[in-house]
Design a protein around this ligand. Structure first.
Ligand SMILES: *[C@@H]1O[C@H](CO)[C@@H](O)[C@H](O)[C@H]1NC(C)=O
Ligand SMILES: *[C@@H]1O[C@H](CO)[C@@H](O)[C@H](O)[C@H]1NC(C)=O
Ligand SMILES: *[C@@H]1O[C@H](CO)[C@@H](O)[C@H](O)[C@H]1NC(C)=O
Ligand SMILES: *[C@@H]1O[C@H](CO)[C@@H](O)[C@H](O)[C@H]1NC(C)=O
Ligand SMILES: *[C@@H]1O[C@H](CO)[C@@H](O)[C@H](O)[C@H]1NC(C)=O
Ligand SMILES: *[C@@H]1O[C@H](CO)[C@@H](O)[C@H](O)[C@H]1NC(C)=O
Ligand SMILES: *[C@@H]1O[C@H](CO)[C@@H](O)[C@H](O)[C@H]1NC(C)=O
Ligand SMILES: *[C@@H]1O[C@H](CO)[C@@H](O)[C@H](O)[C@H]1NC(C)=O
Length: 903
């Protein structure tokens, strides 16, 4: 019996082989030949343990040899080798530490009986997929996922006419060109069932895929797909899983569903699908995952969705739906474990039927206009682990949440009215252990007592409440091992009840106590928070001096913000070699003495703000050696002397873009040597990026904070919540600079703001200043400048603010363009004539009023609000998948993404 089957199979195999032209040379391969081909393959490969911890991985080929237990060359017993009827038909070398490229003439590609080849999770060192793979024409399953292949996928892949399953997931440097994809699809249309292509660069989905009638799964996350999605694919009879997540340029719509459909998972999220959801979606009765988040869908949710009773996962977040109420029928979908309705324009009360969702584990209702009171039937949600309700107007008695034992992530921030009516004498054992607790803007007046018993918190936000009094001593004892972020900003806190924690939070990376009324000194115990990356105590009334023990944090801190307090004394030398500091803001204090020389160690420093103190020093030219310094603010101090560039420093301020030395006592000539040197300001950078500092939660996940400063712009002190990388400013006003305005200043061609006012400058305005074509504000008032206003300044097309008042200027004011828009005040205190002044110029034709009226540019480049972005690095095997921020994701998807990543 066995024998006859064998014989039959051999005949079949031979028939197949005959039709495969490439294979004929080897059709007579003997078993021993195949074993020796395997050994040749083994010898051709290097094995290198990867740096990443992977418990499944071990070098399978290491044990291959000819003398093994199976007798001479019985390679069928080798690890990862599968044989049938004397031929090697399967090779599973996944997670085997294979390292380096495979050549196309490798013996592996002579194993023409192979049906299954799995090389997933190895490191082929960014080599190309060898075109020799096209010779394995019997292949049914090919798995090259997470294997560091790069470049173009060879055309020869379309020779694999029998492919049923192809997995190329997670090779982000790999490209499958649309036309090659098309050929592959055409050649495999009668066999292919599974295509897993996530993170491979693919330009479009070929229309011909609608002919692959056996297709069950099509998974293409983050492929960079563009153009229109061929809707017909959704009608494939066998299709069960369609996942197109994270292709923001993929356009499409959800079609009508009539016939039968096997669809179980429809994941079209972070794409550009438009139109409304048709009522016929209710025909997809097998659906258990429906994820349509972050699209441009309109309309409302059709009532037929109530027929999708198998749904366990429903995500409709971030779409453009019409205003709608949570329908009563929603309660019928009571198998749902994950429900996301963030930002979908919901209003009104939550119907009582909604609390039928007893299986819910994750519930997102944030960013809607829901109102009313959460009823006690909330207690039905005993499986709830995550609940985001922020941004609504819901009242709730917090004690209800304390009875949801599995709850770990709770966000109630925003307009919600949280009452803590029960004096929470809750015992630790009876309450849920939160990991994320966000209760910003919840109108809290005191620290919630239940926090005393929280031992697993990682992120605690209580910002923007009305919490008064002292920070209780017990706070230092909560979640000692786990707490990573503590934000108490924007409250009415007055100080610390107790200063010295016995053991501090070992994992804390963010401590934000800014915008309170803290008095007293900085508790030295802060210096024991050795993981701290962000310390923000700004906008308080903290006295005393900066504790020298902060030196202990110098290598971990990225942002140190102590602005607007009452700190005194000199700035201690707390900056050690290896400092990670990117921003130091000590402005608006009473600090004295000199600029601490240890700042030389801050090789990553981007922003230094020492403004509004009592520092007495010469210009700290030695800061010019800091390679990353972009912003230097020394405004309102007692800096003095002549600014000279020291010759012993090779490069001086190579990245400086914003410098504010205003209101000090600098004298002598303007620093013309520096004007020639500040190379960053000579670029007309039109970057749309903003300055960021990254606070890393761990190796993979970090939060980027926009860096912010204050600077005088157009005569007004202005907050820059974000600093565009294309913003360049020089403010040298309010000093005793004398001499002429040097021509060299006109080489700073990127400048947008230039303020030289209130000095003792004399001579004429150099006509070449007309070359500073990006200038938006020019203030040279309060000097001794003479002569005419050069006509060349009319070229300054972006100039919105001009002040030349209180000089000794004479002659007629130039006319035209922006000069038609400046008010009288711009010119006062001179001997000028012409528009807009009433004084006419001689007997020439009087100044004409301008014709065009210029509209005020009301749009600020720098929107308010605290923004942040998230990066995700190394989702797979530690590989850098990419910096996921900025333009790459549509704003909505990005918002969704950042929300989810906060967990
Ligand atoms: C088989 O050969 C390997 C080298 O390939 C050797 O290390 C091993 O000792 C041999 N085993 C036996 C049983 O001969
Ligand atoms: C395979 O090709 C490389 C060059 O691409 C060559 O060096 C090598 O000798 C070839 N090996 C075999 C077995 O033909
Ligand atoms: C490909 O191999 C990897 C690693 O062994 C595995 O996780 C994945 O499920 C495989 N893909 C398919 C389609 O079987
Ligand atoms: C389809 O496969 C055959 C070999 O099996 C090959 O000759 C042909 O070029 C392939 N078609 C395309 C479009 O690549
Ligand atoms: C599909 O849904 C539509 C609208 O809900 C309905 O009119 C139609 O009869 C359904 N078709 C089938 C085959 O169930
Ligand atoms: C649910 O499905 C049934 C049977 O197909 C249909 O008659 C009914 O109209 C559907 N309900 C809704 C609300 O579409
Ligand atoms: C609640 O769920 C039950 C089944 O568990 C169902 O019979 C009932 O109709 C649901 N209630 C509402 C209001 O949807
Ligand atoms: C800060 O505290 C001092 C006394 O310590 C007080 O004189 C001053 O008014 C306070 N400033 C603010 C802004 O509260």
């Amino acid at each position: 019996m066995e024998k006859s089957i064998h014989a039959l199979m051999v005949i079949l195999v031979l028939l197949v082989l005959e039709s495969a032209s490439m294979a004929t040379d080897f059709s007579s391969l003997s078993h021993a030949d195949e074993c020796s081909l395997l050994l040749q393959f083994k010898e051709s490969m290097s094995i290198r343990k990867s740096a990443f911890d992977d418990s499944r991985a071990y070098p399978k080929v290491a044990s291959w040899n000819l003398n093994g237990s199976g007798g001479a060359g019985n390679c069928c017993l080798w690890d990862g080798v599968e044989c049938r009827f004397g031929h090697v038909i399967g090779l599973d070398l996944s997670s085997s530490f294979l390292y380096g490229p495979i050549d196309s003439n490798n013996s592996l590609f002579n194993l023409i009986h192979l049906r299954t080849l799995n090389l997933a999770d190895n490191n082929f060192r960014s080599s190309q997929i060898p075109f020799g793979i096209g010779r394995l024409s019997q292949l049914i399953n090919l798995n090259l996922s997470d294997s560091f292949f790069s470049g173009k996928i060879p055309k020869q892949i379309s020779h694999l006419r029998n492919l049923v399953s192809l997995d190329l997931t997670g090779n982000p440097m790999l490209t499958l060109q649309g036309s090659d994809f098309q050929n592959l699809v055409q050649n495999t249309s009668e066999t292919v069932r599974e295509l897993f292509l996530s993170w491979v660069n693919i330009d479009f989905v070929p229309v011909s895929l609608v002919n692959s009638s056996l297709l069950i799964s099509l998974v293409m996350w983050n492929c960079g797909l563009a153009g229109e999605f061929p809707t017909g694919i959704l009608y494939l009879q066998k299709l069960q899983i369609l996942d197109l997540q994270g292709n923001p340029n993929l356009i499409g719509y959800i079609p009508e569903f009539h016939g039968n459909s096997e669809l179980k998972q429809l994941i079209v999220a972070g794409t550009n699908f438009q139109g409304s959801i048709p009522a016929s979606i209710g025909n997809l009765t097998h659906l258990n995952v429906l994820d349509l988040h972050s699209n441009a869908l309109t309309g409302t949710l059709p009532a037929s969705v109530s027929n999708l009773t198998q749904l366990t996962y429903l995500d409709l977040s971030y779409n453009n739906f019409d205003r709608w109420k949570l329908p009563d029928w929603f309660g019928k979908l009571n198998k749902i474990t994950n429900l996301s309705l963030s930002d979908v324009n919901l209003y009104g009360e939550i119907p009582s039927s909604f609390f039928n969702h007893t299986q819910l584990e994750e519930l997102y209702l944030d960013g809607n206009q829901l109102k009313g009171q959460l009823p006690s039937s909330l207690l039905n949600f005993q499986n709830l682990e995550l609940f985001y309700l922020d941004g609504n107007n819901i009242s709730v008695d917090f004690y209800l949440f304390l009875s949801l034992k599995k709850l770990k992530h709770l966000d109630l921030s925003g307009a919600n009215n949280i009452s803590l009516s029960v004096i929470d004498s809750h015992k630790n054992e009876s309450q849920p252990m939160f990991i994320n607790l966000h209760m910003a803007s919840c109108n809290l007046k005191a620290f919630p007592e239940f926090l005393r018993f929280q031992h697993q918190l990682e992120h605690l936000y209580l910002d923007n409440n009305n919490i008064e009094g002292l920070i209780p001593g017990w706070i230092w004892n909560i979640s000692k091992e786990t707490l990573k972020e503590l934000s108490l900003t924007d409250n009415l806190l007055m100080g610390f009840e107790k200063h010295s924690p016995v053991t501090p939070w070992v994992s804390l990376f963010t401590l934000d106590l800014s915008h309170n009324m803290l008095t007293g000194e900085i508790p030295p115990s802060i210096c024991d928070l050795l993981s701290l990356q962000l310390l923000d105590l700004s906008f308080n009334n903290i006295t005393g001096s900066i504790p020298p023990c902060l030196e202990k944090l110098s290598n971990s801190l990225v942002l140190l913000k102590l602005r607007r307090n009452s700190l005194q004394g000199t700035i201690p030398n707390i900056f050690t070699n290896g400092s990670s500091l990117e921003m130091i803001d000590l402005s608006e204090n009473n600090l004295e003495g000199q600029v601490p020389r240890s700042l030389e160690n801050c090789k990553s420093l981007q922003i230094l703000d020492l403004g509004h103190n009592f520092i007495v020093d010469m210009f700290p030219a030695w800061l010019g050696a800091l390679p990353e310094l972009q912003v230097l603010i020394l405004r309102f101090n007692n800096f003095h002397g002549i600014i000279k560039r020291p010759s012993r420093i090779k490069v001086s301020f190579p990245k400086l873009r914003i410098i504010d030395l205003s209101y000090n006592s600098f004298s002598g000539d303007l620093p013309h040597q520096y004007f020639q040197e500040w190379s960053a300001m000579k670029e007309s950078d039109t970057s749309v990026e903003y300055m960021l500092a990254f606070i890393m939660e761990n190796d993979h996940l970090g939060v980027g904070y926009w860096l912010s400063i204050q600077i005088t712009n157009k005569g007004v002190m202005t907050d820059y919540v974000k600093i565009s990388k294309a913003f360049f400013a020089v403010d040298l006003s309010g000093n005793m600079f004398s001499g002429n305005i040097p021509e060299s200043i006109t080489t700073l061609s990127g400048l947008q703001l230039l303020n030289l006012s209130n000095n003792e400058l004399s001579g004429v305005i150099p006509p070449s200043m007309g070359n500073l074509i990006r200038l938006e504000a020019l203030d040279i008032s309060g000097n001794k400048l003479s002569g005419m206003i050069p006509q060349d300044l009319v070229q300054l097309n972006f100039l919105e603010f001009l002040n030349v008042s209180n000089n000794k200027l004479t002659g007629s004011i130039p006319l035209g363009k922006q000069f038609n828009t400046f008010p009288n005040d711009s010119y006062m205190g001179n001997a000028l004539c012409g528009f807009p002044l009433s004084k006419k110029c001689g007997d020439l034709e009087a100044s004409k009023p301008p014709k065009a009226s210029f509209e005020e540019d009301t749009e600020s480049d720098f929107p308010n609000g605290i923004d942040w972005v998230v990066i995700l690095i190394g989702a797979m095997t530690g590989l850098v998948i990419g910096l996921v921020y900025g333009d790459y994701l549509s704003t909505k998807y990005y918002k969704w993404f950042s929300q989810r990543s906060r967990r």
